[in-house]
Write a protein that binds this ligand. Structure first.
Ligand SMILES: Cc1ncc(C[n+]2csc(CCOP(=O)(O)OP(=O)(O)O)c2C)c(N)n1
Ligand code: SF4
Ligand SMILES: [Mg+2]
Length: 352
């Protein structure tokens, strides 16, 4: 009886669809095998929401990851996308190659704080300085969840493990590092702040260049206790959004959530608009020095500063800097793919 409610034809109501006519189910993936309550699963849900709302065709997406609980998550979203699971910490070089070979794909990488800031730091820094067009999510829980909870390089000084071990090594802040390296979209969020996270992800889909999104994502099994600075309770109490965010994708016209007025608007090349309203602070997300200062001050105040901390939508991405063509290399005929005999002869001649 309940199946007929609200549907005069008597059949099941058709599912809600996005601008491509696809239901949310087309953006989902396999069933998660992570611990119940893991922050990473909440991030997965927001990735599904963001790609659905933005109406990205799932088969136009390439998913990348390394090794870790976080790196398992691309299996739990966008089943119909392409996917590649790299060796621990080596996802950036794979993604760089794949997205150079086919720039028509929307690239999303999911990594962990260990996969990025410990073993993968050498790869991460070069991805950012090259501005490879990849949405790079760090699911940051301060520990190596998959190998039973050792401190990672993002663990705060004074943070305590369950067994009482205290971290006294300086943490790496992936956001300030990314801004320093010329990152063109740098954000921090918290898995417990779902609305902000979804808005950041939607804006990242519109951006062309590396989007570093560091998401505090509590590990409920190994790092959610008293004395942890990445627990759900600590993160909830210390999260400090630096602004309110509103996003209008290029295919919509109005932004009802945040009225114009005391706001800053940033427009992306595709016409999408990101609107920032300050929350009692003098903050400009396009000012690199202010962003760095705000992050440093947040450490001293023990705040977890969240929002889009820095953005430069005009910075050319890696493919543009390299002068690559917009078409996938596999579709180029041989005469466009390799230099002609005359061109090679001229190079040889020049070296005589
Ligand atoms: C080359 C190599 N070294 C070490 C490991 C063991 N290992 C697997 S996952 C992992 C850390 C994962 O931590 P993180 O990236 O923070 O992901 P999380 O599990 O916390 O989501 C380590 C050290 C490995 N798989 N390969
Ligand atoms: S060990 Fe931690 S990070 Fe891994 S699935 Fe469980 S809660 Fe999540
Ligand atoms: Mg981790």
């Amino acid at each position: 009886m309940s199946a007929t409610l609200g549907n005069p034809t008597g059949g099941a109501a058709p599912p809600k669809t996005n601008r491509l006519g696809l239901p949310k189910a087309d953006y989902e993936g396999g069933k998660s095998t992570l611990c119940l309550g893991c922050g990473h699963d909440v991030i997965t849900k927001q990735i599904i929401n963001a790609f659905y709302e933005m109406g990205v065709p799932p088969h136009r997406v390439a998913k990348f990851s390394g090794i870790g609980c976080s790196s398992k998550t691309p299996a739990y979203f966008l089943n119909r996308a392409w996917g590649f699971n790299a060796v621990h910490g080596r996802m950036p070089s794979l993604a760089t190659g794949a997205l150079a070979a086919n720039p028509t794909l929307v690239g999303i990488g999911v990594s962990g704080d260990g996969d990025t800031a410990s073993i993968g730091i050498g790869q991460f820094v070069h991805l950012v300085r090259r501005n490879v067009p990849l949405i790079y999510i760090i699911e940051d829980n301060g520990v190596y969840g998959l190998t039973k909870g050792q401190f990672s390089a993002t663990a705060d000084i004074g943070a305590k493990l369950k067994n009482g071990t205290v971290n006294d090594l300086t943490p790496i802040d992936c956001c300030s590092l990314a801004i320093e390296l010329g990152g063109s979209f740098v954000a921090r969020s918290f898995s417990g702040d779902m609305k902000q996270l979804q808005t950041i992800l939607e804006a990242a889909i519109a951006h062309r260049g590396t989007c570093v999104i560091d998401v505090i994502s509590p590990c409920v099994t190994f790092n959610d206790h008293e004395g942890s600075t990445k627990s759900y309770k600590y993160s909830k109490e210390h999260e400090t959004p630096i602004h309110e965010l509103g996003f209008v994708p290029f295919f919509e016209e109005t932004l009802a959530e945040i009225p114009a007025g005391d706001v800053k608007d940033v427009r992306f090349p595709d016409g999408s608009l990101l609107r920032f309203r300050g929350v009692g602070r003098d903050y400009d997300p396009t000012d690199k020095e202010k962003a760095m200062r705000a992050i440093h001050e947040s450490h001293a105040k023990e705040e977890i500063l969240t929002g889009v901390l820095y953005v430069d939508p005009q910075k050319p991405d890696f493919n543009a800097l390299m002068g690559l063509v917009d078409e996938p290399l596999t579709r180029l005929p041989l005469d466009r793919l390799r230099p002609s005999r005359e061109a090679l002869d001229a190079i040889m001649e020049s070296m005589r």
